[in-house]
Design a protein around this ligand. Structure first.
Ligand code: NDP
Length: 434
């Protein structure tokens, strides 16, 4: 804490990982001897820079840009760029630290990083966004590269922003390489990247239930959010025979007890991705209940998939979920369950999958995008889907191996943290004091 004053999000993330790995460390003194704990919690490099840009009226603005290159023990730095007013060094260090272990779990050679700027894309014109992205890349380009650091999108950074960032990188560096992922499929992106996080989440949940000899057929699922992860988690859940009864946005939640079918989901995609409308319009169109400012966690379900944002499940919500018979919570978003909520799930011994395992499908397919770029080929959708399923199953099984608590309960949080940690720590040991 003395080393990172005021960085509460980062401190909390470190604390969670340390609590999980503590007992394991006792059994592996070589980690102590090499002071792995101090080294793994200190970023290899943090870059902070000025991003000046001009709006459509000719007024000059300044934002702060960041890239936290946290750990490159198992591969080039990899992690998203976030453009949002809430971005600061604390949040990015927390996200980059989590990314180390998530990437380690994917089975692919990717280190951990995160970056972005305190820039609000909402209300900006296309040209303002382009000028901002070009200014951002004019500094960032010298720190990244397809063998060094490969950023991706995150909140506020979608295909449009990746396009502008890539264009500027190519112009400055005069090379066409896979330096960014999340590119459009037509010029270097991977098929299925858009669907990967949501699909991967449901593949992970399917595997959890398989270990209980159950399928997703007929299960009732509550989903929060209605953005990328929520839409494709819903799509895959429907395909596997489950009944998804809720979606939400930052204004409220819709509850459709009959279940959201393919046609209704098409309406949501159109509403959210094209019209940029509110989820309330779903309730008006299909004549179902709309709960203003509500969250889906007090509605009866077998499985809850929080896919909106961090801290969206508090202790009361967690207690309500358990009370209503929920058997599984799997995090589509990053850290949607507050610390106390996560503790309630684990104490109640329901299936609880942390985001770093359950939502790793997105970065896994980003890793596959890097592979395709290096090979200068593009795999079929079915090939990527097959690889994604294999990876999610593998992540699940690794969590089970390391999350075994001695009785029949699997602690997936512990499993994910330990497995992710060991691979990175061993690589650091192999590479000496660097
Ligand atoms: P989107 O921006 O596409 O969607 C986010 C959704 O969450 C929107 O429906 C948004 O509603 C809603 N939301 C945002 N803030 C709140 C809030 N305070 N209360 C209720 N709802 C809210 O993002 P993604 O779907 O891409 O990402 C969702 C989460 O998943 C994030 O935590 C992200 O970091 C994580 N994630 C995403 C990956 C990806 O590949 N996309 C990969 C791994 C993790 P509104 O429309 O009102 O803003």
């Amino acid at each position: 804490k003395a080393r990172n004053p005021g960085q509460s999000e980062f401190q909390e993330a470190v604390q969670e990982v340390l609590e999980s790995v503590w007992d394991m460390l006792e059994e592996r003194p070589r980690y102590y001897q090499a002071n792995i704990l101090d080294r793994i919690t200190e970023p290899e490099r943090v870059i902070m820079f000025r991003v000046p840009w001009m709006d459509d009226e000719g007024k000059v603005h300044v934002n702060r840009g960041y890239r936290v290159e946290f750990n490159s023990a198992i591969g080039p730095y990899k992690g998203g760029l976030r453009f949002h007013p809430s971005v600061n060094l604390d949040i990015l260090k927390f996200l980059a630290f989590e990314q180390i272990f998530k990437n380690s779990l994917t089975t692919m050679p990717m280190g951990g990083a995160k970056g972005g700027a305190n820039f609000d894309v909402k209300g900006k014109s296309d040209m303002e966004i382009m000028r901002f992205c070009q200014s951002f890349m004019t500094e960032l380009y010298r720190h990244i590269g397809h063998n060094t650091d490969v950023p991706a999108g995150d909140i506020g950074v979608g295909k449009r922003e990746i396009g502008y960032l890539f264009g500027q990188y190519k112009r400055l560096q005069n090379e066409y390489t896979g330096v960014l992922t999340g590119k459009a499929v037509e010029w270097g992106g991977s098929k299925l990247r858009t669907e990967a996080t949501g699909y991967g989440l449901v593949y992970f949940v399917r595997r959890m239930f398989e270990s209980l000899n159950e399928s997703l057929e007929g299960k009732t699922i509550t989903v929060s959010g209605s953005g990328n992860v929520a839409q494709f988690a819903t799509e895959k859940a429907i395909q596997l025979g489950a009944r998804v009864v809720t979606l939400s946005d930052s204004n409220g939640v819709v509850y459709d007890p009959d279940g959201i079918d393919e046609e209704k989901l098409q309406f949501v995609k159109q509403l959210k991705n094209v019209k940029r409308g509110r989820i309330r319009e779903y309730a008006e169109k299909y004549d179902v209940e709309y709960i203003e400012n509500g969250r889906p966690w007090h509605i009866e379900c077998d499985i809850a998939l929080p896919c909106a944002t961090q801290n969206e499940i508090d202790a009361d919500d967690a207690a309500a979920l358990i009370e209503n018979g929920c058997k599984c919570v799997a995090e589509g978003a990053n850290k949607p369950a507050q610390r106390e909520a996560a503790k309630i799930f684990m104490d109640s011994e329901i299936l609880f999958a942390p985001g770093k395992a359950a939502n790793a499908g997105g970065v896994a397919v980003s890793g596959l995008e890097m592979t395709q770029n290096e090979m200068r080929i593009q795999w079929l959708r079915s090939e990527v889907d097959e690889k994604l399923q294999d990876i999610m199953n593998e992540i699940h099984d690794t969590c089970v191996t390391y999350g075994d608590t001695g009785n029949s309960y699997v602690n997936y949080v512990q499993g994910a943290n330990i497995a992710g940690f060991i691979k990175v720590a061993d690589a650091m040991l192999d590479q000496g004091v660097v």
